[in-house]
Design a protein around this ligand. Structure first.
Ligand code: HEM
Ligand code: SF4
Ligand code: SF4
Length: 515
């Protein structure tokens, strides 16, 4: 499984390089697949409501009403029909890319299983919406789908009377089944919306809107496509005539040609077993449990910054339980905590400038004590060799060993947003390093979702705890690159170190008040 993930990751890394170059990291479609899924859903829902105003829900008049929509009112309802069709197709594409990407980035195992597990039924709902949608047009394609689907359902042992009998010929055709499809096409998207909401419940401030340039570019592309290739029907359904040739929408209807080669019952089995297997992926292989964040009440002043920065809504502020003179205290919900450490980076008590010999912040990851970072930051100054001394704080995905091969001191952590900004100030103001690099995932695409956002804001002085103004920004390098960009990162580090060498010498350090 790890090998498969690595291969897919490699392919994505190639594509991401091209997309990042064309769109910029933040606006890249590949970094916004979940948000694009929401965006396409809303386009489909909005255009669907408009189409419903002109759609006749009776089987005898449905086709004529869709023809009216397509041709008579081509400039409005016709465009809406095409947008409805193409946004639905685009939804399938982005969802499959989203699944593959989350899988390759391993954002599904351990306590992160929830989004994956709620995602699997979403796939079924997407298809339910798409297939019932094609049915409503009641053209030759709909006729084919109606017959193939009902025959396929008849392979299940649930129905007394074969439901395919409804579509034997024009005399057996009844409107009830059609009305059922209309209902399903309205209620399935509503239930899908509920599942989409559930899907992101463990994500604080989930990204459900693509960045504006991407949203506008996508809308324009869909509109152009709709005007150049308007969606049309394939002639009225006639149950007395078998359709000779059909244009299939492969995004939604790929399963139908399979029915020609695989018996219906076996195809059900494949899809159900496939879905169960997909649902089990978060536990294949099981992830070693990582220690969750622990609050030290003696050091917690109830400021709530950790709760505000936790990307997985794992911290709540509760009434004080220890009698100290603060109103609230931070409480970690172990089953939501992903051990990213961003809460540590947010905590005002997590500072290396504290005089205590053993610094214990209000919240901490037990396997990454910040007291150890202070010692390693101090040790960075004793590095032998010529040239500027670069100190790198890197997240685990940044392939840090390759950076230390290039002469930098590297301190790793789960996410670079775990680093309280005071450490940068500490390293530079105590002359422990000539420059500091923060190495993390691509912008807008942090493995733990919000690490680059919080780090950028803290450094810009727009979010607590912020980096003090006195820190010379020329001695700070932010390196946001996709996972696997080892060579690009090495080049960045080399350029940064060279730029440090060109800076004027720093004034000699005055008597240090060492911590
Ligand atoms: C309509 C379909 C879907 C939509 C609109 C959607 C949307 C989203 C959004 C908005 C996020 C949060 C992104 C963020 O803020 O970090 C997300 C995360 C995720 N989704 Fe989906 N998703 C869909 C289907 C699926 C499916 C089918 C799967 C897998 C079977 C899946 C797996 C995941 C995973 C693993 C995450 C990341 C969880 C984490 O970071 O811990 N999604 N999705
Ligand atoms: S380690 Fe990460 S997920 Fe856990 S409480 Fe802290 S910020 Fe939240
Ligand atoms: S950020 Fe630190 S001090 Fe503030 S509530 Fe959280 S643990 Fe307590």
């Amino acid at each position: 499984m790890a090998f498969l993930k690595r291969i897919i990751r490699l392919l994505y890394a190639r594509a991401e390089t091209v997309f990042d170059w064309s769109f910029g990291q933040r606006n890249s479609p590949l970094a916004n697949l979940g948000a694009l899924g929401w965006y396409f859903f809303w386009i489909v829902a909005g255009t669907g409501i408009y189409l419903y105003l002109f759609f006749d829900t009776g089987i005898t008049d449905a086709y004529a009403s869709v023809e009216y929509i397509t041709h008579d009112q081509w400039y409005a309802a016709g465009v809406m029909r095409s947008l409805h069709r193409y946004a639905s197709d685009a939804l399938v594409i982005v969802v499959f890319l989203h699944i593959l990407r989350e899988f390759s980035l391993d954002r599904l195992r351990g306590r992160r299983f929830f989004a994956w597990l709620t995602g699997v039924p979403l796939i079924w709902f997407i298809y339910m919406c798409g297939i019932t949608g094609y049915w409503l047009v009641w053209d030759k394609l709909a006729q084919f789908i109606a017959i193939a689907t009902t025959e396929w359902f008849d392979t299940l042992p649930f129905f007394g009377q074969p439901i395919a009998n409804n579509f034997l010929n024009s005399t057996t055709l009844g409107g009830r089944f059609f009305t059922l499809m209309v209902f399903m096409h309205i209620f399935a998207p509503l239930f899908m919306l509920f599942l989409m909401w559930l899907h992101i419940q463990r994500h604080a401030g989930a990204r459900v809107n693509p960045p504006r340039p991407l949203a506008i570019g996508t809308a324009i592309s869909l509109l152009v496509l709709s005007l150049v290739y308007p969606a049309v029907s394939q002639g009225p359904a006639d149950l007395d005539v078998v359709p000779a040739t059909l244009n299939l929408d492969w995004y939604y209807l790929a399963v139908y040609p399979l029915l020609d080669i695989i018996p219906g019952g076996q195809l059900w089995l494949i899809l159900v077993v496939g879905s169960i297997f997909l649902s089990l992926l978060p536990w294949i292989p099981p992830k070693k449990s990582t220690p969750v964040a622990v609050v030290s009440l003696d050091n917690c002043n109830g400021c709530a910054r950790c709760a505000e920065d936790c990307p997985f809504s794992a911290i709540t502020m509760e009434p004080r339980s220890d009698g100290l003179a603060y109103n609230t205290e931070a409480v970690v919900n172990d089953s939501n905590c992903m051990s990213c450490g961003m809460c540590v980076g947010a905590c005002p008590t997590a500072t290396p400038f504290r005089r205590a010999s053993a610094i214990v912040p209000g919240i901490e990851l037990p396997d990454h004590p910040i007291a150890g970072w202070r010692e390693r930051t101090k040790a960075a100054s004793s590095r032998s060799g010529d040239g500027p001394r670069a100190l790198v704080y890197a997240c685990n995905t940044a392939n840090a060993t390759k950076l230390s091969e290039h002469g930098a001191q590297v301190i790793t952590m789960p996410c670079v947003a775990m680093l309280p900004p005071a450490f940068i100030d500490f390293a530079l103001s105590r002359d422990l390093a000539d420059g500091v690099m923060l190495a993390g995932c691509a912008e807008g695409d942090c493995f733990y979702r919000l690490g680059d956002d919080w780090t950028n804001l803290r450094i810009a002085g727009e979010r607590d705890p912020y980096l003090r103004k006195r820190v010379d920004r020329e001695r700070l390098q932010l390196s946001w690159l996709p996972q696997g960009s080892t060579r690009r990162r090495q080049r960045q580090l080399a350029d940064f170190t060279a730029s440090l060498g060109r800076l004027p010498p720093r004034p000699p350090k005055r008597g240090s008040r060492d911590a």
